[in-house]
Write a protein that binds this ligand. Sequence first.
Ligand code: FMN
Length: 184
Amino acid sequence: MNEVLKTIKSRRSVRHYSPEQISQESLDLIIEAGTYAPSAHNQQSWHFTIIQNPSLLQHINETVRVRMAQSEVEWIRKMGSNPSFQVTYNAPTLVIVSGKSDSIAWSADCAAAIQNMLLAAESLDIGSVWLGLVRFYFEEEQNRKELEIPDGYEPYYGVSFGYKVKGKEPVAPKRKPDVVNYIR
Ligand SMILES: Cc1cc2nc3c(=O)[nH]c(=O)nc-3n(C[C@H](O)[C@H](O)[C@H](O)COP(=O)(O)O)c2cc1C
């Protein structure tokens, strides 16, 4: 199997991180990989906010947990009611990906950028996890402002990055069979 296919298959959502910060060189490569994703009409409608400030990360984790605990959706409420739940899993780097909301397909552009970043991270032996639940943080206008997301951009998803903890590597969830049909 070639290296690209190996990386695609070995990437997992990592939920245990070492507190050590990832290197700036690796982070630059990961973000650059994000910017090389395809985008509709080549609009490159993404923006990346890199958060490495421990007290802001803690604030995000606490805010999200409290908001999740008030959710009308049972599984989200249950997760938020666990006092040790941390939406970022205590990773030392959180990247918020925002999309330019007047672009043709900003959510698809951002998703493509995120997947590129996850694969780039795996190729560097850095753990990552795509975070939809971080969106609870953006419900408050003030929180968006503090992140200095450019005007016209919508914060979409987060991604945690950090070194993996040995012995806590996740196993791939079983892939669904029967998801392909041919018309020839
Ligand atoms: C749009 C999207 C949102 C996700 N949000 C979260 C999240 O908030 N928290 C989390 O732990 N995992 C999240 N995940 C990761 C999935 O749970 C994970 O990809 C899935 O269980 C398959 O595991 P794998 O990534 O190891 O293949 C998200 C994935 C996607 C694509």
